[in-house]
Design a protein around this ligand. Sequence first.
Ligand code: S3P
Length: 171
Amino acid sequence: MITSPNNVILVGFMGTGKTCVGEALAKRLGYKYVDTDDLIEVRAGKVISRIFAEDGEAYFRALESEIATELESFRDHVIATGGGIIKADDNIAALNRAGTVVCLLARPEVIYERVKDETHRPLLEVPDPQGRIVELLAERRAQYEKSGYQLDTSDLTTDQVVDHIIALVRR
Ligand code: S3P
Protein backbone atom coordinates (compact mmCIF):
# COMPACT_ATOMS: atom_id res chain seq x y z
CA MET A 1 0.00 0.00 0.00
CA ILE A 2 1.33 3.44 -0.86
CA THR A 3 0.78 5.97 1.94
CA SER A 4 1.32 9.71 1.63
CA PRO A 5 4.36 11.06 3.46
CA ASN A 6 3.70 11.87 7.13
CA ASN A 7 7.09 13.46 7.69
CA VAL A 8 7.57 16.75 9.51
CA ILE A 9 10.10 18.97 7.77
CA LEU A 10 11.83 21.82 9.56
CA VAL A 11 13.13 24.70 7.50
CA GLY A 12 14.54 28.00 8.70
CA PHE A 13 17.67 30.08 8.96
CA MET A 14 20.83 28.83 10.67
CA GLY A 15 20.49 29.00 14.44
CA THR A 16 16.71 28.91 14.58
CA GLY A 17 16.81 25.55 16.37
CA LYS A 18 16.09 22.99 13.63
CA THR A 19 18.50 20.37 14.97
CA CYS A 20 17.63 20.58 18.70
CA VAL A 21 13.92 20.85 17.97
CA GLY A 22 14.06 18.15 15.30
CA GLU A 23 15.72 15.62 17.59
CA ALA A 24 13.30 16.33 20.46
CA LEU A 25 10.28 16.31 18.14
CA ALA A 26 11.30 12.97 16.62
CA LYS A 27 11.53 11.46 20.12
CA ARG A 28 8.09 12.78 21.06
CA LEU A 29 6.46 11.53 17.85
CA GLY A 30 8.34 8.19 17.87
CA TYR A 31 9.79 9.14 14.46
CA LYS A 32 13.30 8.85 13.09
CA TYR A 33 15.38 12.02 12.81
CA VAL A 34 17.46 12.99 9.81
CA ASP A 35 19.28 16.16 8.79
CA THR A 36 19.74 16.95 5.09
CA ASP A 37 23.21 18.37 5.83
CA ASP A 38 24.25 14.95 7.18
CA LEU A 39 22.89 13.23 4.05
CA ILE A 40 24.86 15.69 1.90
CA GLU A 41 28.05 15.03 3.86
CA VAL A 42 27.64 11.27 3.43
CA ARG A 43 27.03 11.67 -0.30
CA ALA A 44 30.01 13.98 -0.77
CA GLY A 45 32.24 12.01 1.58
CA LYS A 46 33.29 15.20 3.38
CA VAL A 47 32.03 17.82 5.80
CA ILE A 48 30.15 20.89 4.55
CA SER A 49 32.97 23.36 5.15
CA ARG A 50 35.22 21.20 2.93
CA ILE A 51 32.52 20.92 0.24
CA PHE A 52 32.27 24.72 0.14
CA ALA A 53 36.05 25.19 0.16
CA GLU A 54 36.95 22.48 -2.36
CA ASP A 55 33.89 22.21 -4.64
CA GLY A 56 32.08 25.52 -4.15
CA GLU A 57 28.63 26.51 -2.97
CA ALA A 58 27.00 25.65 -6.32
CA TYR A 59 28.05 22.01 -5.94
CA PHE A 60 26.71 21.96 -2.37
CA ARG A 61 23.37 23.39 -3.61
CA ALA A 62 23.19 20.75 -6.36
CA LEU A 63 23.61 17.96 -3.79
CA GLU A 64 21.05 19.69 -1.53
CA SER A 65 18.49 19.74 -4.38
CA GLU A 66 19.20 16.10 -5.20
CA ILE A 67 18.52 15.13 -1.57
CA ALA A 68 15.38 17.33 -1.44
CA THR A 69 13.79 15.37 -4.30
CA GLU A 70 14.45 12.08 -2.49
CA LEU A 71 12.67 13.00 0.77
CA GLU A 72 9.28 12.08 -0.66
CA SER A 73 10.16 8.41 -0.21
CA PHE A 74 10.72 8.85 3.57
CA ARG A 75 8.05 7.88 6.12
CA ASP A 76 7.83 8.60 9.88
CA HIS A 77 10.72 11.06 9.84
CA VAL A 78 11.41 14.45 11.27
CA ILE A 79 13.67 16.05 8.69
CA ALA A 80 15.80 19.08 9.57
CA THR A 81 17.07 20.95 6.53
CA GLY A 82 19.95 23.32 5.84
CA GLY A 83 19.08 27.00 6.17
CA GLY A 84 19.47 27.69 2.45
CA ILE A 85 17.40 24.82 1.07
CA ILE A 86 14.46 27.18 0.52
CA LYS A 87 16.46 29.37 -1.88
CA ALA A 88 15.25 27.19 -4.78
CA ASP A 89 11.50 27.04 -5.43
CA ASP A 90 11.90 23.48 -6.75
CA ASN A 91 13.28 22.47 -3.36
CA ILE A 92 10.29 24.08 -1.60
CA ALA A 93 7.96 22.10 -3.85
CA ALA A 94 9.89 18.88 -3.13
CA LEU A 95 9.70 19.51 0.64
CA ASN A 96 5.95 20.12 0.42
CA ARG A 97 5.55 16.76 -1.36
CA ALA A 98 7.54 15.10 1.42
CA GLY A 99 5.40 16.16 4.37
CA THR A 100 4.33 19.05 6.58
CA VAL A 101 6.78 21.92 6.38
CA VAL A 102 7.31 24.11 9.45
CA CYS A 103 9.56 27.16 9.29
CA LEU A 104 11.45 28.16 12.43
CA LEU A 105 12.31 31.84 12.78
CA ALA A 106 14.39 33.84 15.25
CA ARG A 107 15.52 37.41 15.69
CA PRO A 108 18.96 38.16 14.14
CA GLU A 109 20.58 38.93 17.51
CA VAL A 110 19.31 35.62 18.94
CA ILE A 111 20.62 33.77 15.90
CA TYR A 112 24.02 35.40 16.33
CA GLU A 113 24.19 34.43 20.02
CA ARG A 114 23.34 30.84 19.15
CA VAL A 115 25.88 30.42 16.35
CA LYS A 116 28.75 32.70 17.32
CA ASP A 117 30.92 30.03 18.93
CA GLU A 118 30.44 27.47 16.16
CA THR A 119 32.75 27.15 13.18
CA HIS A 120 31.06 24.67 10.86
CA ARG A 121 28.99 27.15 8.83
CA PRO A 122 31.07 28.49 5.93
CA LEU A 123 28.60 31.29 5.12
CA LEU A 124 29.19 32.80 8.56
CA GLU A 125 32.99 32.49 8.52
CA VAL A 126 33.33 36.14 7.54
CA PRO A 127 34.69 39.23 9.34
CA ASP A 128 31.17 40.48 10.18
CA PRO A 129 28.94 37.45 10.85
CA GLN A 130 26.24 39.61 12.48
CA GLY A 131 25.96 41.77 9.36
CA ARG A 132 25.95 38.66 7.19
CA ILE A 133 23.07 37.17 9.19
CA VAL A 134 20.98 40.33 8.68
CA GLU A 135 21.85 40.38 4.97
CA LEU A 136 21.05 36.71 4.35
CA LEU A 137 17.81 36.92 6.35
CA ALA A 138 16.69 39.86 4.20
CA GLU A 139 17.63 38.01 0.99
CA ARG A 140 15.72 34.90 2.03
CA ARG A 141 12.74 36.32 3.92
CA ALA A 142 10.26 35.88 1.06
CA GLN A 143 11.34 32.25 0.63
CA TYR A 144 10.91 31.41 4.33
CA GLU A 145 7.49 33.05 4.22
CA LYS A 146 6.37 30.49 1.64
CA SER A 147 6.11 27.84 4.41
CA GLY A 148 2.61 27.12 5.61
CA TYR A 149 3.56 27.21 9.29
CA GLN A 150 5.99 29.61 10.93
CA LEU A 151 7.16 29.73 14.49
CA ASP A 152 9.50 32.23 16.18
CA THR A 153 11.75 30.29 18.55
CA SER A 154 13.57 33.36 19.97
CA ASP A 155 11.87 33.27 23.38
CA LEU A 156 10.86 29.60 23.57
CA THR A 157 12.53 26.53 25.00
CA THR A 158 13.02 23.48 22.80
CA ASP A 159 10.14 21.71 24.57
CA GLN A 160 7.82 24.66 24.01
CA VAL A 161 8.65 24.69 20.30
CA VAL A 162 8.02 20.95 20.12
CA ASP A 163 4.62 21.41 21.84
CA HIS A 164 3.66 24.08 19.30
CA ILE A 165 4.68 21.93 16.34
CA ILE A 166 2.82 18.88 17.63
CA ALA A 167 -0.30 21.03 18.02
CA LEU A 168 0.17 22.36 14.46
CA VAL A 169 0.63 18.99 12.79
CA ARG A 170 -2.24 17.37 14.67
CA ARG A 171 -4.61 20.22 13.87
C1 S3P B 1 23.40 26.95 5.16
C2 S3P B 1 23.00 26.41 6.36
C3 S3P B 1 23.68 25.25 6.96
C4 S3P B 1 24.31 24.40 5.87
C5 S3P B 1 25.23 25.22 5.03
C6 S3P B 1 24.50 26.38 4.33
C7 S3P B 1 22.66 28.13 4.62
O1 S3P B 1 22.74 24.46 7.69
O2 S3P B 1 23.33 23.79 5.07
O3 S3P B 1 26.26 25.70 5.83
O4 S3P B 1 22.80 28.42 3.42
O5 S3P B 1 21.92 28.77 5.40
P1 S3P B 1 22.10 24.89 9.11
O6 S3P B 1 20.94 25.78 8.80
O7 S3P B 1 21.67 23.59 9.69
O8 S3P B 1 23.17 25.56 9.90
